[in-house]
Write a protein that binds this ligand. Sequence first.
Ligand SMILES: [Zn+2]
Length: 554
Amino acid sequence: MLDLLIKGGFVVDGTGAAGAVGDVGIKDGRIAAVGRVDGEAARTIDASGRVVAPGFIDPHTHFDVQLLWDGAAKPALAHGITSVVPGNCSLSLAPLKAEHRKALVGMFQQIEEMPPEAFTEAFDWTWEDFAGYRNAIEPGLSINVAPLVGHSVIRLWVMGPDANQRAARPDEIAAMQEVLRASLDAGAVGMSTSFVDMDEHGRPVPSRFAAFEELDALSAVLGERGRMLQIVPEFYATDITIARVDQLAELSIKHGIPTTFSPLFDSRFTPDNVPRVLARVAEQFARGAQVWPQMQTRPIDISFSLLRPSLFFARLPRWVRILRQPLDQRIAALKDPETSAKMVEDAGPDGGAAMLADLVVRGGDEAPAHLAGRKLGEIAAERGESCARALIEVSLEHGLDVAFVAASRGHDATDRIGPMLANPLVHIGASDGGAHLASFATYGDTGYLFSEFVREAGALSLEHAVQKITSDTARIWGMKDRGELKEGYAADVVVFDAASIGRGPEKPAFDMPGDGMRYVRDSAGVDAVVVNGEVAWESGRYTDAKSGVICPLN
Ligand SMILES: [Zn+2]
């Protein structure tokens, strides 16, 4: 007898093949039959009028810490995501010696905008090595996890405080190879590194001090099993990004490994960025390299308040410094005429108009209703102040709890992005789920793929879109028996309504440890999510299923 029978849905199997009405039978966590399935089942889900597809896979997240108290990586699971890759951008929670925890938390705080309380209040930090981290999360998982190990923490483990001071000696490189090998033994899907990120003191993260020999030696270890190398390139500069593509291609060919870089953004200000990078990627694939650019589906928007600053001010060091202070000191600094005058000056000769005039007030707990939805430029003109001055004063008048959103800051031209997403060499990902908590809600990128690029623009067929975030992802990352509705494969399944799948509006949630606020989005049009044969989300609710695993790899 089957454990679960999903009956009468429009089955899209993940391969890109045309969908057809049929059934999916599940037994012992695996897909037992696809097509017309007769016979008894302990439970039957009527999927008529719905799409039945493999669970979606998100290859770029930072759920490392959230997974310790939330095995569903909420709300990712509700959006149909059944597997996530954490540990991106050179940062993972293991291997890490106890004495380096503070340094790592500082990096997560700076780069991924996660509150320090998330690391100190919500769990017991008992592990040091990668196997220990795996053991800490695995029992509570409702979602599958294919974790990367971070280059910066491997360096910290071996070099201690020298990790962000200098290049490694040959004996240290050999030690790093051992640590990486042990992490791969414990289930890591590959290694991540970063060429751009900085810690909370504005110093480059440890991975940026690696000489090429070090990356080469670590890639050789990845090559022993054909595992992934993920990097964050200098994405703001096309020429440097192209140079990184070439470097990744060398490593890919030499060591027989897949490589991926993220993010790759389109922008109306740099319209040839993506075409030029993709042209080089295509050349390198033709040579036999695997260099997968990751592209997100959603437009870039960034929210912030002076109460909960985000990466919005990243280019204004004085603002970053002042806004990072404890609340009473921050308010005192903003009220100090001399300090605030310097901040206004830093915002630009136009008083910050170019950067700030288009900001829209979202409304926070304290924000007055008459400001919500209005542009800062209008409010400033009314008050006879510069934009930067108005931003500071309006915030001070409301306890700093006035949230602003900078909407459509790039990657928002559907007619350009659609064909890019459809490109077979473009890897859909880079959601950054679990990070940038107070800047934007990344959840719902998969829903947006269907609502915007399948339904509205017709840039991809339903079957193609499903393929891009299921079997393509599983193949690129070497996830064993996942990403297709095929007999014998892991039974990760999502049932959704093609006519309504999408993403809900961005809204604040207060479900993080400490005073942690984050922006989230509810899913839309997703009926049921099955992870390894168990229903993990259904009719708007998470179930008690804990059937997630650390993904077995090829
Ligand atoms: Zn990232």
